[in-house]
Design a protein around this ligand. Sequence first.
Ligand SMILES: *Cc1c(COP(=O)(O)O)cnc(C)c1O
Length: 398
Amino acid sequence: MIPSVLPTYSRADLAFVRGEGAYLIAEDGTRYLDFGAGIAVNALGHAHPKLVAALSEQASRLWHTSNLYRVPGQERLARRLVEATFADTVFFGNSGVEAIECALKMARRFHYARGEGERFRTITFEGAFHGRTLAAIAAGGQPKYLEGFGPKVEGFDQVPFGDLRAVDAAVAQTSAAILIEPIQGEGGLCPATPEFLRALRRLCDERGLLLIFDEVQTGVGRTGKLFAYEWSGVEPDIMAIAKGIGGGFPIGACLATERAASGMTVGSHASTFGGNPLAMAVGNAVLDVVLAPEFLPRVERVANFARQQLAALPSEYPHIFEDVRGQGLMLGLKIKVPNTAFIDELRERKLLAVAAGGNVVRLLPPLIVEEDHVREALRILGEAAAAFPARATEPEAA
Ligand SMILES: *Cc1c(COP(=O)(O)O)cnc(C)c1O
């Protein structure tokens, strides 16, 4: 019999009832160190007092009015995002994939408004992940997500990640945009080099394409800068963000330059829930914390410490760890045993981590973690690695 919750997830048999900073507390009271952060969502950890206060205060006043009226919280959050980034304007939705969908529609509409409606195709990259709507699985191009869902949405051309020649060859009269994650998240923590991003920018400028960054995972301080593109100095025309900006409240946002957004006239796009007062109260509170002058430098410091500590693992446990990758607090360990089994082992030892492509274990702690949390994670990683060979070889021996 089908479970009452549609069984599309492979879930651990574990439920949490409470969170405190970097820890999650299970039904039986056990504390887990949360280096998954709801898949890079709980940027400020769990039950951050400023977020709790902002949400509670807003909850007692007004939840939802729709976008038929002005929403002051939207205006404030948009203005702050505009001030902090390349962008001139922001559309609010409720998830990463909605931010991506808006970005794709915006790029198509940009060319349409200039009388070039035939330019609707987007170049994307192998290993990419942009979400699970029909358009986003076509953009991501992963067969395992496309299988059985009918004809792939038209308009996506995929090339190998980092291959400038392939991108150049894929640009056609019908190309509207290039869509890329500055660091591939689900794909296995693969960073695009600054040179590659610069080359994409140049190519877009020369050939009249828009450059779209998917910073749904890398954004809002995750890499130690407010947005990952700042590391390269390359600015996109359009950018999708989500995960971290809501700190656990569902928010997605599509940021754009005035030029890129020029086709998005009244009636061209909408969302019923997008940017509602509850979401905006939390988004603004997240920015209050993340934009405080000492916050991001501290993230960078802790991230450097974590990176340094993790770097010792491959030589200490060469049978388990292959390399360390990623940036800031978006870290990955490529390992030599099945990543999901290793993550189970970590969870048994009360450390939560997330799997990624290429057999990578992702460590995405909340941005509020301290060096002691990193030390605790390191100890568990070491213990799990030391414990692993015996169990891992059992099935083969049998
Ligand atoms: C999570 C993610 C998405 C999709 O976000 P949802 O909120 O699950 O729709 C898109 N792009 C990237 C890079 C992501 O990490």
